[in-house]
Design a protein around this ligand. Structure first.
Ligand SMILES: Nc1ncnc2c1ncn2[C@@H]1O[C@H](COP(=O)(O)OP(=O)(O)O)[C@@H](O)[C@H]1O
Ligand SMILES: [Mg+2]
Length: 325
């Protein structure tokens, strides 16, 4: 869907922001660009929508070289969400979200309908929020409006630059969850910039780790990134608490569940899906007074997860890491 080949950016003052970058993003994929400040993440993102022109290389979207395309037309198909949100302060929330469809020549009625639908999708009840002004919303709510506005034109591609960076950690977790659900639902292809490795491995189908000087150090799935860092820089960046972080990427495994024998389904309460990560399963387990959680696959119960099972799963994951490092 998006392909960067040998893309580089050297600013006029000689700063090499991005170096010989090869990166491909598949349709419907959510790719995170992560790395310390100044390593070229924002520059890379802005080259995809031509807010910045590369000094070398080639960028294709759907096989089309975009360097020759009219930037204004290009940006119609690329949503852009930044941390500073950039809502129009003197326009109500509904008008803010309607802006982009109106710019694209949609009728007022269509733009309005789409804006209402998107406010709903990002979890802001239109009846309550449509007629408010941006300053009457919390930071997290304003960020949701920013996402709704970017999606209102139904762009196939969405670029996001530290969109949740300014909200507190709990709100951020909620925004991340909501965004994952929304992205899966809409099937939009996303390139998401963050300096937070936890956010990157939580959200990304694949994660690109950048090092100083705009070097791509590793581009991999979260599990492989944490399990097999390509070099010392990546190992350091993903941190020494890898075991715990891996909880967020280790899937549940039927081998770590207890059989259902002697337990009646009625006793089990809430059930989690076998596709859940160990981290999420642990969260549910901690809320359960009986210390066990039913696990299902396609509405079929496959077993129960207990603290013993979590222990076994963690040990297995650590053993696997030891064999690959
Ligand atoms: N307009 C500019 N002119 C010169 N240098 C710039 C400009 N914009 C960014 N840079 C430099 O390019 C490097 C990469 O910046 P940026 O892509 O914003 O990094 P990140 O988003 O990873 O923090 C940094 O060293 C930054 O100072
Ligand atoms: Mg940046």
């Amino acid at each position: 869907m998006i392909r960067l080949s040998g893309v580089g950016k050297t600013y006029d003052d000689g700063t090499v922001a991005v170096r010989e970058l090869d990166l491909d993003v598949r349709r419907g994929e959510l790719v995170c660009l992560v790395g310390p400040s100044g390593c070229g993440k924002s520059t890379t993102l802005k080259m995809i929508n031509r807010l910045i022109e590369p000094t070398s290389g080639r960028i294709e979207i759907d096989g089309q070289d975009i360097t020759g395309e009219d930037p204004v037309r290009l940006r119609r198909n690329i949503g852009y969400v930044i941390q500073e949100v950039g809502l129009f302060p003197h326009q109500k929330i509904l008008a803010n979200v309607m802006t982009v469809p109106l710019l694209h020549g949609e009728s007022k009625a269509t733009a309005r309908e789409r804006a209402l639908e998107l406010l709903e999708l990002v979890g802001l009840d239109p009846a309550r929020y449509a007629d408010r002004y941006p300053h009457q919303l919390s930071g997290g709510q304003q960020q949701r409006v920013g996402v709704a506005r970017a999606l209102a034109a139904r762009p196939p591609v969405l670029l996001m630059d530290e969109p949740f960076g300014a909200v507190d950690p709990l709100v951020r977790l909620r925004l991340q969850d909501e965004f994952l659900r929304l992205q899966a639902e809409l099937g939009v292809t996303v390139v998401f910039v963050t300096h937070d490795i936890d956010e990157a491995v939580r959200l990304g189908d694949r994660v690109a780790v950048f090092a100083a000087g705009g070097r791509l150090a590793q581009y991999d799935t979260p599990a492989r990134l944490l399990g097999r860092p390509a070099d010392d820089f990546v190992a350091d960046f993903v941190g020494s608490t890898t075991g715990l972080r891996r909880l967020q990427v280790i899937p549940l495994d039927p081998a770590h569940l207890e059989p259902l024998d002697g337990v009646s389904v009625g006793d089990l309460g809430a059930a989690i899906d076998i596709d859940t990560t160990l981290g999420e399963a642990l969260t549910v387990l901690l809320r359960d007074d009986r210390g066990m959680v039913a696990v299902k696959r396609d509405a079929q119960f496959v077993g129960v997860l207990t603290p013993n099972g979590v222990h076994r799963a963690l040990r297995a994951a650590l053993a696997e890491m030891a064999t690959v490092s």
